[in-house]
Write a protein that binds this ligand. Structure first.
Ligand SMILES: *Cc1c(COP(=O)(O)O)cnc(C)c1O
Length: 379
């Protein structure tokens, strides 16, 4: 049985978690393990401030609060994404305006953003699908010309870059996920990258129930009080301990995943060249992190048949997003702008192959062989 995902595990997680409980006696947020995660992530991304959160969804909520939206403001995003991307802004009364994706990467089509801008538009939210960067130079340029903010949903983009810059560190705010299905995990968790130094203090306040506790702990104020709106977005140091074990091995995990990604690419290339499959096509300026290996077949019918065929062989594959504009909440809260050429068509055709840290070549051979068999071809 080959699962679709196995949460990453490096071997040090339990030691570190025991240390949080038995040695540090620090189970709440912002303990020593959280601080080490912050330092490693700031070093790796170059962002001036990275703060662990309880999820990517919560990091997006923090980013939405930092954007200071008013009801009716509009946020441009792809429809092909997870509902959390939209929820964060809808909770602030904003309207998601969905635009089409590019067929090569399934990322927002940057050439269709400008036509969707109205006098209510405040934010562009770029989702880096599969850890492959969006066309950020173009997106940042549009944002500057129209006075918009940019939030990067880099849930899948930890350790990936665009023109040498870490995903999540390019826009005004970036958001990471450390859910167990992502490349680095703390069970449930995430991080917000605050790339505007003047907003770091406000971000710390919002994350700590709207209090100035961070300044108080640094000795910058002598009273700890409620100063701003906020919530509780900081995770337990036990979860941070789990994550630290993985961030310390981030290069090794990334290399392992990329090796598996390239093995699929090479193994399945004959089917791609025969026109049976299409892969995601990372542009040269994007160093991705092998978050997923996605294949696209002819249509929904063929995908359904392939999924059952692989299931018979104990291989689990997983399709992905139902585009948000077609969901009940998407219809209620948002709208699609422009022509939907690729969003529906490509999402119907796409499925993701088993991919995790430690995936073996023998397991991959089984998957590749089974896909060749499905198409009635010899490997
Ligand atoms: C996983 C994911 C999320 C949600 O992350 P959580 O940490 O579970 O909140 C949001 N957006 C995208 C693009 C994701 O891949």
């Amino acid at each position: 049985m080959i699962p679709f995902n196995r949460p990453p595990y490096t071997g040090k997680e339990l030691d570190y978690m025991a240390q949080a409980v038995l040695v540090n006696h620090k189970l709440c947020g912002d303990g020593p393990f959280t601080k080490q995660c912050h330092a490693l992530l700031e070093q790796q991304t170059g962002s001036p401030r990275v703060l662990l959160t309880t999820s990517d969804s919560d990091a997006l909520e923090m980013a939405a609060l930092l954007c200071e939206l008013k009801p009716g403001d509009e946020v441009i995003m792809p429809s092909y994404t997870f509902c959390s991307t939209a929820n964060a802004f809808v909770l602030q009364g904003a309207v998601p305006v969905f635009v089409d994706v590019r067929p090569d990467t399934m990322n927002i089509d940057e050439t269709k953003i400008e036509a969707a801008i109205t006098d209510r538009t405040r934010v562009i939210c770029a989702v880096h699908y599969a850890g492959i960067g969006c066309e950020m130079d173009t997106i940042m340029n549009i944002a500057h010309r129209h006075g918009l903010l940019v939030v990067e949903d880099a849930a899948q983009g930890v350790m990936a870059s665009y023109k040498g810059r870490a995903l999540g560190s390019i826009g005004d705010f970036g958001c990471f996920s450390f859910h167990e299905t992502k490349n680095y995990s703390m069970g449930e968790g995430g991080a917000v990258l605050v790339n505007r130094p003047e907003l770091v203090e406000k971000a710390e306040t919002i994350r700590e129930k709207g209090t100035n506790r961070s300044r108080f702990l640094r000795g910058q104020v002598d009273k700890y009080t409620w100063v701003e709106y906020g919530s509780s977005y900081l995770p337990s140091d036990i979860n941070a301990a789990h994550l630290l074990a993985q961030l310390e091995m981030a290069d090794e995990i990334n290399r392992d995943r990329l090796d598996s990604w390239h093995y699929y690419e090479e193994g399945l290339a004959p089917l791609r060249d025969a026109g049976k499959l299409r892969f995601l096509e990372p542009p040269a300026e994007c160093a991705h992190n092998a978050h997923m290996f996605a294949i696209r077949v002819k249509d929904l019918e063929e995908r359904t048949a392939l999924t059952s065929f692989l299931k018979e062989r104990d291989i689990t594959v997983s399709f992905h997003y139902v585009p948000l504009h077609s969901s009940p909440a998407g219809r209620k809260f948002g709208r699609f702008h422009g022509e939907n050429v690729y969003t529906d068509r490509e999402s119907d055709r796409l499925t993701r192959l088993p991919m995790y840290y430690g995936l073996s070549r023998a397991e991959q051979d089984q998957v590749i062989d089974a896909i060749f068999d499905f198409f009635g071809q010899k490997r």
